[in-house]
Write a protein that binds this ligand. Structure first.
Ligand SMILES: Cc1cc2nc3c(=O)[nH]c(=O)nc-3n(C[C@H](O)[C@H](O)[C@H](O)COP(=O)(O)OP(=O)(O)OC[C@H]3O[C@@H](n4cnc5c(N)ncnc54)[C@H](O)[C@@H]3O)c2cc1C
Length: 258
């Protein structure tokens, strides 16, 4: 995909943090005119040695009000984009499309009491942006954040997630949040230890949240691995929880990463 010069800005990398050999976070400067809704994504571009540019979609981790932009990335072995991205260092340039897009935002739901945010791997990113924004805390009575990774060291942003409870401006709201970390390939203390689909089948997810999934009250967002999203959607459909469309508001919104 090529993007014409007037459609992107050049931003500078301020920080790169390696979490595991296959996961890292990056922080960049932000163009003063760049706007987005919490939950949206933007296309990022990296220049290759031959002068061509590779573009890929990335969810914003940072909040709409932050001065910087933050992203959370996988390194795909041999991946055209992430091989280049993971080579960048502080001071290097990242191209950022001017227009953020995407429908994994609170606008997808017209009502609902309980918001379930189900993210696998880097698919946690849009939910971190939402939780740093005020709107979600005001709109819902309960928020259940389910974050699934293969191993404990792949659960990123733990200080941020656990830190919501201490944020002064959220003091009267943080009791609404239940955080359920899920680790699928090892036993980890304080985490659920099965795939989200199995946790749904066994009822363990609802038990751990202390909350029932119902079409009246529950609204769900699912992000990340497309197979996981399909598998979860099937189970939700069987319980009358359906995709939310413009012409037919429902309970579920999804974002497939590939
Ligand atoms: C709307 C949207 C938002 C996205 N947001 C993010 C994000 O915030 N962070 C992020 O790391 N990626 C995100 N992605 C995926 C991203 O666009 C690229 O696919 C990823 O950077 C890999 O690029 P690549 O060229 O190296 O490999 P590609 O050739 O693009 O992908 C190769 C294969 O790698 C696997 N893969 C791709 N992305 C991931 C991933 N995130 N986790 C696990 N396996 C993956 C898939 O099997 C895919 O077929 C998003 C994708 C979409 C459509």
């Amino acid at each position: 995909m090529s993007v014409s010069e007037e459609k992107f800005t050049r931003q500078t990398l301020l920080e790169v943090q390696t979490l595991t050999p296959s996961l890292f976070t990056l922080r960049t400067t932000r163009d003063a005119g760049f706007r987005f809704r919490a939950g949206q994504f933007v296309r990022l571009g990296v220049e290759k040695a031959d002068g061509s540019v590779v573009w890929r979609a990335y969810s914003l981790v940072s909040a709409p009000h932050d001065e910087h932009l933050e992203f959370f990335s996988i390194v795909v072995p041999g991946g055209e984009f992430t091989s280049e991205l993971s080579r960048l260092r502080v001071g290097d340039t990242l191209l950022v499309e001017k227009m953020a897009t995407g429908y994994l935002t609170l606008d997808r739901f017209v009502d609902g009491w309980d918001l379930w945010l189900l993210g696998s791997g880097t698919g946690i990113a849009p939910f971190l942006s939402m939780l740093q924004d005020f709107e979600v805390w005001e709109r819902f009575e309960r928020i259940v954040l389910v974050y699934s990774a293969r191993s404990l060291d792949e659960l990123a942003y733990q200080p941020m997630i656990h830190g919501f409870a201490e944020l002064e401006h959220l003091a009267e709201y943080t009791h609404k949040l239940t955080y359920l970390p899920v680790v699928t390939r090892e036993q980890a203390p304080g985490c659920l230890n099965a795939r989200i689909t199995d946790l749904l089948d066994s009822g363990e997810l609802e038990r751990a949240a202390g909350l029932e999934l119902t079409p009246e009250h529950s609204r769900l967002m699912i992000c990340g691995n497309p197979q996981m999203i399909d598998d979860i959607r099937q189970r939700l459909k069987a319980r009358n929880l359906n995709l939310s469309l413009t012409r037919r508001p429902g309970q579920v919104a999804v974002e497939n990463y590939w």
